[in-house]
Design a protein around this ligand. Sequence first.
Ligand code: VTB
Length: 313
Amino acid sequence: MTIDQKFIDQFVNVTSKAAIASYQLVGKKDKIAADKAAVDSMRNELNKLNIRGKIVIGEGELDEAPMLYIGEKIGSMNGPEIDIAVDPLEGTNFVANNLPGALSVIAIAEKNNLFNAPETYMQKISTKVKEKGIVDLDYSVKKNIFNLSEYINKKPENITACVMDRPRHKEIITELKKIGVNVKLITDGDVSGALLVTEDKYGVDIFLGIGGGPEGVLSAAALDAFNCGFQGRFLFNTELDKNRANKMGIRDFKKKYEINEIVKGDSIFCATGITSGDLVSGIKIENDQLVSETLITHKSSGIKKIVKKIIKT
Ligand code: VTB
């Protein structure tokens, strides 16, 4: 089974509208309002689609999120049954402070084909390399870089690693510097960070570190369509995390997930820029019209492209 290509445009419209809603709050120093605008818009637009959708990655559990919560049924309830992962505003800081890189993101797969991830941190790694045994979450930073270097025939000093700038990554960054790797630090937005390995034009060979679990699942959908490599391991640090995971059917809290354990079968991924970043441009006003730019992937048709669209609001 595949997801009909006709849905691509519909989901681009959903992320574009959410991006526009959030764009109105760029630079207003209000993360909560910016997030709410994107969430409200996304929920509204998803409900107009002829799908029987279920949110598997959303704004949180029912008790903490009134909208787009994990398990929420969405759409007209006619049409295909699909799993939906959303991050209506990835990079709330970026919008609040008018910084580059804010995105509105969605990933969909057929029912039961997208990992139902709890809201915890995830240790992750992505590269262009799909083959097993080259880059692995269980290897040291040094082993990963040396293996990658040999495999892609690029000296460590010519390799660029993208890492989120966090105190928890001090050791990784020190190790990368020691080996002479170029380090690209990002302040937030690790969906985009993980996807910078997909095309040579971004100049990133490997992304690694600990970020949001939901963001990991979203990135995995696009990386899968790009035929890139990804591994993730959820980090359940508290009893609450473990209980939630348990409720979602997770028994092995230390499991390392391969990309196709996170996303299976066909998928569509859309990331629309709110403010311009490495991946896509932000919302622009051209000839009095709002124009969005979206990175789209559709696994079964092999579509991987960036599209510009005039969005009517
Ligand atoms: C990441 C990143 C997000 O949170 O998931 C990160 O993609 C999680 O780590 O944009 P921290 O708690 O250290 O921030 C964001 O930065 C914000 O949601």
